[in-house]
Design a protein around this ligand. Structure first.
Ligand code: ZN
Length: 148
């Protein structure tokens, strides 16, 4: 089901770990509402990156699945407020993260991770922190800023 011009609910709720572990990742209504906010921002990012295809690695993850993949318990993914993605036709994750950093796009957290970009949004009604971080490996601490 399309939830914006270029994004579907299926790609924002698909979880390889859920499929592998037989876990349910069906979003509850508030999560679907939040994913609507996420795809609005993802459409802005898609336009910023030259209208090139975005490959979503992960959107919503239930708390159970998030734990199974080693995500932090407070992850915005668990509320449907985050998207991990790449845009190979634009460039590397570093290049995409820097483009977003230099844009006017509003986000709570922009994280350059090891192999993809994470964009997290603030829950509706809360201020966006516009926080940019880099995480170089699953074990690395978060560093401030987008660092190549
Ligand atoms: Zn993420």
């Amino acid at each position: 089901m399309k939830i914006s011009e270029h994004f579907t609910l299926e790609e924002l709720t698909f979880s390889e770990a859920a499929a592998r572990l037989g876990l349910d990742n069906t979003p509850i209504p508030i999560v679907i509402t939040n994913l609507g906010l996420v795809v609005t921002v993802m459409e802005q990012i898609r336009t910023l990156l030259g209208d090139r295809p975005i490959i979503v690695h992960s959107g919503y993850r239930s708390a159970e699945i998030n734990q199974a993949v080693g995500g932090v318990a407070t992850s915005a993914h668990c509320r449907g407020l985050a998207c991990d993605f790449v845009c190979p036709a634009f460039g590397t994750p570093t290049e995409a993260a820097l483009a977003i950093l230099r844009s006017e796009i509003e986000y709570d957290q922009l994280i350059l991770e090891y192999g993809w970009v994470h964009v997290g949004l603030a829950p509706e009604g809360l201020l966006s922190r516009q926080e940019a971080l880099t995480k170089r490996s699953p074990w690395a601490a978060y560093e401030s800023g987008i660092r190549a």
